[in-house]
Design a protein around this ligand. Structure first.
Ligand code: SAM
Length: 285
């Protein structure tokens, strides 16, 4: 993609993705949820926010596994690309003591990420900006490590995204990825948690994803297929009834009240080998 027409096309596509992840008044709706379940705002913990702020398969359990793989330490500054409302960003800073900058396409998510971080009094080590993963507002070699969790599904131009990660991470820096990929069967059932329909979902098979990582210049240090664990995590999903009752706090606040249909479709896509889940660490030589 090049020239003015290419730029217009990219902006239009990104707006389309942005609007999927732009709920109104998100922070206040999360606060309402916390109030409704009787949480005292001055005593909110990381755990209290988990139902809504870890928007990826296997939530906190997966985040903790990724932290183990990362080797990130307290003296480092890490970039979280596609941080959502910052649940795993805060968890990473909390567990390792490192500083983390989070960016996300959604201004609503970034607003919630900033305000939730203040609520937890973690603002000293965390900062958040609205930005695109395809055009990161940072100098080259700025970060000791990068992490990007379940973002690639919305990124059509995977090579440009990975080249941006490569550009901003320092030599020897580790880039932690935890991503939904295609699998041997098609088509994918929609809606799914990352897309209402196929227009903003760009899945490639794991082999092609790995090829894009190495084409961007990285060496692959860790490559784990976690599809079986994802299948187990969604094993009990059943077809939702119409107008189901939703909890006060949950990822429906992020992507809409059809979340159970989205989760049920994800379960079917995993079980029928239409999608897979890859955990990887890439290193900039
Ligand atoms: C499934 S959510 C995951 C959020 C977060 N990483 C987490 O695990 O809780 C996908 C996120 O990627 C963001 N995203 C998608 N495409 C993006 C892009 N081109 N640049 C920046 N963020 C993007 C979305 O706004 C959304 O917050």
């Amino acid at each position: 993609m090049s020239g003015i027409n290419g730029w217009v096309l990219m902006t239009k596509d990104i707006n389309h993705i942005h609007s999927y992840y732009s709920p109104n008044d998100l922070y206040n709706r999360i606060i309402d949820g916390l109030n409704e379940i009787g949480k005292e705002l001055s005593k909110i913990t990381l755990e209290d926010l988990h139902p809504v702020d870890e928007f990826h398969i296997r939530g906190t359990v997966a985040t903790k596994e990724l932290i183990q793989l990362s080797d990130f330490t307290s003296d480092m500054h890490i970039l979280d690309v596609g941080c959502g409302v910052g649940g795993s960003t805060r968890r990473l800073a909390h567990e390792t003591g490192c500083c983390v900058t989070g960016i996300d396409l959604s201004a609503e998510y970034i607003d919630a990420a900033q305000r939730l971080t203040h609520l937890l009094n973690m603002q000293e080590r965390l900062s958040f900006y609205a930005a695109s993963a395809l055009d990161l507002p940072f100098e080259g070699n700025s970060f000791d490590g990068v992490w990007s969790i379940q973002v690639n599904m919305n990124v059509e131009d995977k090579l440009s995204w990975l080249k941006e990660l490569y550009r901003v991470v320092k030599p020897k820096g580790r880039v932690v990825l935890y991503e939904v990929c295609a699998n041997k069967n098609t088509p994918v059932y929609f809606p799914v948690p990352w897309a209402q329909d196929s227009s903003i979902s760009f899945l490639v098979e794991p082999d092609l994803f790995r090829e894009a990582i190495t084409s961007a210049g990285f060496e692959v240090d860790v490559w784990h297929d976690k599809t079986d664990l994802a299948q187990k995590a969604f094993a009990n999903m059943t077809k939702p009834v119409e107008d189901p009752e939703l909890p006060e706090l949950g990822v429906h606040l992020l992507v809409g009240n059809d979340i159970l249909t989205k989760a049920y479709n994800l379960h079917r896509n995993l079980d029928e080998e239409r999608v897979s889940l890859i955990e990887a660490v890439a290193v900039k030589p």
